[in-house]
Design a protein around this ligand. Structure first.
Ligand code: A2P
Length: 294
């Protein structure tokens, strides 16, 4: 499996395993299955409510802890310096781990941006203390990355953003390349189009004719084409599945290569619009729900 190396030398497998919208009941089994078939990176979040089950799946898999990259995210309720240090204790307590591999801020809290910065300073402290191996952010647009980088010392090692063929964010990707920030793609196969949220019914990327035609040429699925597109263009992808066959399928993308013309035709599918929530939001009191103690 290909790997990507962060600016501080930490390496991540090119494909990680996602658990957004995996219910706590499904998560432990999905993580155990994923690790058994060869994934070595699991991405969760305090706000997903399934960190404890990620830890259970990790232990049940029998895979050595040191061989697995565990990533989680701080929710805005816990933004602020001391709050984020405490959120680290909550996350490690639920996961049953001493150290985290990657710890990131989940979201720009537009109305709490000073607290967002203070939180990032707490991540820098945890990094300096060796309690996390890499730090970063999620859902940060360029102007917010610039503000963060002006105010803090460590350039984020990665930014996890919505990125699939219908929303490929070329300007943000170029900014990441310029500053040595790894692009980590959430909803990398467009699963956000299945999100039963206020955005209504969306066309599924998996039904796209261009992707289906490329998939047929390589005798693979549209999901595998999209994952190969990410890896060949230097992005880490973290697809979510709770289905054992699809979990295995999504890791099996090393046996073919897309041509430059195929990559370009997938790039051309970009709509310029997100399918998921706008990355930068005001946090309402109801979004600031408490994150439970470990
Ligand atoms: P399931 O968990 O039943 O497999 P994304 O990570 O881009 O958000 O996509 C996740 C969504 O896509 C989930 O609904 C997941 O459902 C589905 N999915 C995951 N892998 C595949 C695949 N290889 N083919 C089709 N659907 C998939």
């Amino acid at each position: 499996m290909d790997t990507f190396t962060l600016s501080n030398g930490v390496t991540l497998p090119a494909i990680g395993f996602g658990v957004f919208q995996s219910s706590p009941a499904e998560t432990a089994e999905a993580v155990e299955t994923a690790l058994r078939v060869g994934y070595r990176h699991v991405d969760t979040a305090a706000a997903y409510g399934n960190e404890r089950e990620v830890g259970e799946g990790l232990r049940a898999s029998g895979v050595d802890r040191a061989d697995v990259v565990v990533e989680t995210k701080i929710w805005a309720t816990d933004y602020g310096y001391d709050e984020t240090l405490h959120a680290f204790d909550k996350a490690t307590g639920k996961l049953g781990l001493e150290q985290l591999d990657v710890l990131i801020l989940h979201q720009v809290a537009a109305n709490l941006f000073d607290r967002t910065i203070a939180s990032y300073e707490a991540l820098e402290r945890l990094l300096a203390d060796g309690r996390v191996r890499a730090i970063g952010v999620s859902n940060f647009p360029i102007h917010r990355l610039e503000q963060l980088m002006d105010a803090t010392e460590v350039v984020p090692h990665l930014n996890q953003v919505e990125l699939h063929p219908y929303h490929s964010q070329p300007a943000l990707q170029a900014f990441h390349r310029e500053h040595g920030i790894l692009t980590q793609a959430w909803s990398p196969i467009g699963g956000i189009t299945f999100y039963p949220g206020p955005w209504g019914d969306r066309r599924s990327v998996m039904d796209d004719e261009t992707l289906q035609a490329i998939a047929a040429e390589h005798s693979v699925t549209p999901a595998q084409v999209m994952l190969r597109w990410h890896v060949q263009q230097g992005r880490q992808a973290i697809p979510k599945s709770t289905n054992p066959e699809r979990i295995a399928q999504n890791l099996d993308v090393d046996g073919f290569a897309l041509t430059d013309a195929q990559l370009a035709s997938i790039d051309a599918l970009d709509t310029g619009s997100p399918s998921g929530p706008e990355p930068e939001r005001e946090f309402t009191p109801e979004m600031l729900r408490p994150i439970p103690e470990a």
